[in-house]
Design a binder for this molecule. Structure first.
Ligand code: PMP
Length: 305
């Protein structure tokens, strides 16, 4: 998707994107064993800037530590932050999506990852958004979000996306934008590619890592922005009846940004307005575009000015 002539960072050097392709026998390709990140770059007054780069790279390394031997790479977090900046600069993009990946480039035909060799790559594409425009119509997935005894919920790992993609395919085929996934106990955890918040009065409630959701960086940004919008935030599990009966429901993610949900299983949420999501989304758009000095340190300029 990076397109013809696209550039990638491959184990220490900028190369043609083709050099980043996994080998046909890559165990990551066959068995879905790898970790990755998704980072957005926005145009700002200081040039194209990566949003919360340090947090994304730190989550990448935390994910890799849970999937040995993906943590055995000769690069530090600082190296990977620099790799992202260099790749974005070389791509010439103003606004883009960055996908760092740590995967097993070489290994045996078997499924023992410990005999494999890890490799880090950084890809860049112009891809801009995860979901269709407009308020979202969601379904409740028949597929459950695997709990912490099945998969590490805090790792952004390729293997975690099997169930999420089954849920997405089912939702799209049935005419919905996306799906909410429940855990084994029936609590609502997250969507197929974003965290969720409900608003009940002036309180925002969002399931996080302790509830089996990916600890989203957009979600943590909303935690920081909420008090100025007059909202309290609580991290806890959510029953389905609380979600269906909430005043508002919205999703947060790097790709999704902050997106109001209109209905779940065709049941309208609240009174059809989303004042909290609207207010947070408009502040978020200022923040990511470098127009909010209070959050300037969340942006890393990628082009020298
Ligand atoms: N949950 C899942 C399953 C996701 O794929 C994502 C997107 N990375 C998120 C939550 C949101 O995380 P972030 O805000 O860090 O993009």
């Amino acid at each position: 998707t990076g397109g013809a002539g696209a550039v990638a960072w491959v184990d220490g050097a900028l190369q043609d994107e083709a050099a980043a392709r996994p080998e046909a026998w890559s165990p990551s390709f066959h068995y879905g064993y790898g970790v990755f990140e998704g980072i957005r770059v926005y145009p700002t007054p200081r040039g194209p800037s990566a949003f919360r780069l340090a947090e994304h790279i730190s989550r990448l390394f935390a994910s890799a530590r849970l999937y040995p031997p993906l943590d055995v790479i000769p690069w530090t977090e600082e190296d990977l932050r620099r790799a992202v900046v260099e790749t974005v600069r070389a791509s010439g993009h103003d606004a883009c999506y960055v996908r760092p990946v740590i995967h097993l480039h070489a290994g045996g035909v078997g499924n023992d990852p410990t005999v494999g060799t890890a490799r880090a790559i950084v890809l860049v594409t112009a891809w801009g958004g995860l979901l269709q425009a407009g308020d979202l119509q969601l379904t409740i997935s028949p597929w459950r979000r695997p709990g912490p005894a099945i998969l590490p919920p805090g790792a952004k790992a390729n293997g975690s996306y099997g169930p999420l993609m089954l849920a997405k395919a089912d939702a799209v085929r049935r005419g919905y934008d996306d799906a909410l996934l429940l855990d084994e106990a029936g609590h609502v955890v997250e969507s197929t590619g974003a965290n969720l918040f409900v608003r009940i009065g002036d309180e925002l409630i969002s399931p996080g890592l302790p509830q089996g959701a990916l600890p989203g960086i957009t979600r943590s940004s909303v935690f920081s922005l909420a008090p100025a919008a007059g909202l309290r935030v609580t991290e806890r599990s959510l029953r389905l009846d609380e979600v269906l009966g909430a005043d508002e429901l919205f999703l947060t993610g790097t790709g999704a940004e902050i997106r109001a949900v209109r209905s779940v299983e065709h049941k309208a949420i609240g009174n059809g307005t989303s004042p909290a999501a609207d207010q947070l989304a408009s502040r978020y758009q200022k923040v990511v575009r470098g127009l909010d000095p209070a959050c300037g340190d969340w942006l890393t300029p990628c082009h020298p000015s």
